[in-house]
Design a protein around this ligand. Structure first.
Ligand code: FES
Length: 218
């Protein structure tokens, strides 16, 4: 399956991006990304590069509702990425035309999504309303095509771009795929069963077997 640059791409489970605390590195379609949340809790998906001197913003921290770069401490504002403070130069005029490259961001179905290619219709309803327990994220050393083919061979159905639904160990599973870069795809798995249910371990084992079979394929 080919993804279009204008498609919404699932990046990571929403609960793994805590408000006003975390800056998380991610990768989608070869783009390095820095993820964080504004003071209002809105997900931000930014290019992982400071416009000042190019430091990785994912090494920074959230401060006063802005993302502060780890190198010289310049702070960038949510919802636009404009420079909002230079703590080392109090009173100096701010370079208001200096902005981080930002991408569309959305919390939906328990995932943080981005759209790298500009406007696109929001993703449809969550992959499976019954699949509400996050299982795990798997890094699979294979491209999106082989991973998609393996899911299809396992009886999964693509319900929208990058979202599949099927069964593992006789339990309903939703699989969200993140094409990170050539030869690397993340699979985020959700199940309808609680993590304390005896069948949960079977689902996890089935996920590991699925990954092993994909990576072993010629
Ligand atoms: S490189 Fe980020 S503030 Fe200088």
């Amino acid at each position: 399956m080919n993804t279009k640059a204008s498609a919404w791409i699932p990046l990571l489970p929403s609960h793994q991006l805590r408000a006003a605390q975390d800056v998380v590195a991610a990768c989608a379609e070869g783009e390095e990304l820095a993820l964080w949340r504004s003071a209002e809790g809105l997900a931000q998906v930014w290019e992982d590069r400071c416009p000042h001197r190019g430091m990785r913003l994912s090494l920074g921290r959230v401060h006063a509702g802005r993302l502060a770069c780890a190198y010289h401490g310049w702070e960038y504002e949510a919802d636009g990425g404009r420079c909002g403070a230079i703590p080392a130069q109090p009173g100096a005029p701010l370079p208001r035309n200096l902005c981080v490259k930002t991408h569309a961001a959305l919390d939906h179905g328990g995932m943080v999504w981005t759209c790298l290619g500009g406007a696109a219709a929001p993703p449809q309803a969550a992959a499976d309303a019954r699949a509400t327990t996050f299982c795990r994220s798997l890094a699979i050393r294979a491209g999106l095509g082989p991973v998609s083919q393996a899911l299809a061979a396992a009886g999964f159905e693509a319900v929208q771009a990058l979202v599949w639904r099927g069964e593992l160990a006789r339990e309903a599973v939703a699989a969200y795929l993140t094409p990170a870069r050539d030869g690397l795809t993340f699979l985020h798995a959700w199940s309808r069963i609680d993590a304390r249910h005896p069948a949960f371990a079977s689902v996890m084992a089935a996920l590991r077997r699925l990954r092993a079979s994909i990576e072993a394929a010629p």
